[in-house]
Design a protein. Structure first.
Length: 170
């Protein structure tokens, strides 16, 4: 049994209530697809040779979300891929973090502009302008995120290889 077939079998056994669609290429070098929907999460699996790509997204979002793009994560071991798929289905999580503006993150964390501007030692009007800017310096963004109690991470994602790197600045 191929690694792809093992994953499809294990998903069907462990998630009997999931909707599962399997599309296998007739070519031995072709791409095989596995779509799994459970509650509000859809996981797409793409198998190319020994490599297994995984993406998960909220199925209530745009119906084309997740289609036609490269997988978010790549695995060379089918067991590792299956465990990640199971984790995404059980936790109802996406492989991509949600996109949000600085203002939205601040509001979700229940922090006022006044509180942030006080921590940054700037006027509230100055901070308000920063939230509305389309282009913000990385150092300013880092200070804002830290003032909200977080840590800023910047990643470079290379879909052709599945390589993800955290970038640092010195």
């Amino acid at each position: 049994m191929s690694p792809f077939d093992l994953i499809a079998r294990d998903v069907a056994v462990d998630f009997p209530h999931a909707e599962i669609l399997v599309e296998k290429s007739e070519s031995p070098t072709g791409i095989h697809y596995l779509n799994i929907r459970l509650n509000n999460i859809e996981v797409t699996v793409e198998s190319v040779g020994e490599r297994i790509g995984v993406s998960a997204f909220d199925s209530s979002s745009d119906p084309l979300d997740g289609l036609f793009g490269k997988p978010d994560e790549w695995y060379s071991d089918h067991k590792a891929a299956f465990h990640r798929i199971a984790s995404l289905l059980l936790e109802q999580r996406n492989t991509r973090p949600p996109v949000a503006t600085i203002a939205k993150v601040r509001q979700e964390r229940g922090i006022s502009q006044e509180a942030i501007s006080e921590q940054l030692d700037v006027r509230q009007a100055t901070y308000s302008k920063l939230e509305r800017r389309a282009d913000v310096k990385i150092s300013s963004l880092r200070r804002v995120v830290e003032a909200m109690g977080g840590k800023l991470l910047i990643q470079a994602i290379f879909p052709d290889t599945g390589d993800v790197r955290e970038l640092t600045f010195k």
